[in-house]
Design a protein around this ligand. Structure first.
Ligand code: NAD
Length: 260
């Protein structure tokens, strides 16, 4: 029998073609979980990285800003693997502007992708998890689910919202084998953050390295990026037997950001 702790389980990770979602999908796959991938861009390379862990990986291209697409993705997961045991709500986007200048379409997209999508996947995943009396829901929030920064109204609102959704989902299932927790990363050098580094470098006429140093220096006392691998390890812990009674936490991995 396999010694891998997630062998026989299926994990759906939204936004797993890139960055943190891919790191978490690989970490879960290394523990034996089959993966339902989701997200845009190149699929072949990240899919091959997951399959190298000797699990099955399938991809669904749902645009998670659309409830109908999410319903189709959940049906697809059921048809492929008979349902999902682990749900990681990770897909997210960013836009920076002052509140009075914030484009309304960007606000709507951030709330839909970073918050409402987790409501839809969760409401659709819960019944079968409750029936099996086992499930893990992990919401990738952010340190911005705990504290704010200027120019990020929609993102901060969505991330505070997903921390709230995490707590309610955890409470409603507290007497069952279904847990729900949030992970709150500080800076992670993914395409989402590289875009912010590029904007800073351009605005202040800095090199990439100088812009990174400034970005970290403003917020993150460790002066280090958190990595997708570290976040993957935390997600694996949240799926473990040892985490059976970890419920409704918003666990920051942020180099001391929120401790200040
Ligand atoms: P990323 O840009 O590398 O990856 C985002 C993923 O989401 C990609 O797979 C993309 O295709 C997918 N995605 C975007 N819009 C989508 C949509 N409408 N439908 C389906 N998929 C969509 O970003 P990342 O940095 O890995 O971010 C992942 C999550 O982590 C986000 O929720 C983000 O807010 C959060 N986060 C990131 C950081 C950081 O520093 N990078 C820090 C804290 C929290």
């Amino acid at each position: 029998m396999s010694q891998l702790q997630l062998a026989g389980k299926t994990a759906l990770v939204t936004g797993s073609t890139s960055g943190i979602g891919l790191g978490i999908a690989i970490a879960l796959a290394k523990e034996g979980a089959n993966i339902v991938m989701n997200g845009f861009g190149d699929v072949a390379k990240p899919k091959a990285e997951i399959e190298a862990c000797k699990v099955k990986a399938v991809h669904h291209a749902a645009d998670v800003s659309k409830a109908q697409d999410i319903e189709e993705m959940m049906e697809f997961a059921k048809a492929q693997f008979g349902g999902i045991d682990i749900l990681v709500n990770n897909a997210g986007i960013q836009h920076v502007a002052a509140v009075e200048d914030f484009p309304v379409d960007k606000w709507d997209a951030i709330i839909a992708i970073n918050l409402s999508s987790a409501f839809h996947t969760t409401r659709l995943a819960l019944p079968s998890m409750q029936k099996k009396n086992w499930g893990r829901i992990i919401n990738i929030a952010s340190v911005h689910g705990l504290v704010a920064s200027v120019q990020k109204s929609a993102y901060v609102a969505a991330k505070h919202g997903i921390v709230g959704l995490t707590k309610v989902t955890a409470l409603e299932n507290a007497a069952t084998g279904v847990t729900c927790n949030a992970i709150c990363p500080g800076w992670v050098l993914t395409p989402l953050v590289q875009a912010q580094v590029d904007a800073k470098a351009k605005l202040l006429n800095l090199s990439n390295q100088e812009a990174i140093k400034q970005l970290l220096g403003e917020k993150e006392p460790s002066m280090q990026f958190t990595t997708p691998e570290e976040l993957g390890a935390l997600a694996v812990f949240m799926c473990s037997k040892a985490a059976d009674n970890v419920r409704g936490v918003a666990w920051n991995m942020d180099g001391g950001w929120a401790a200040q």
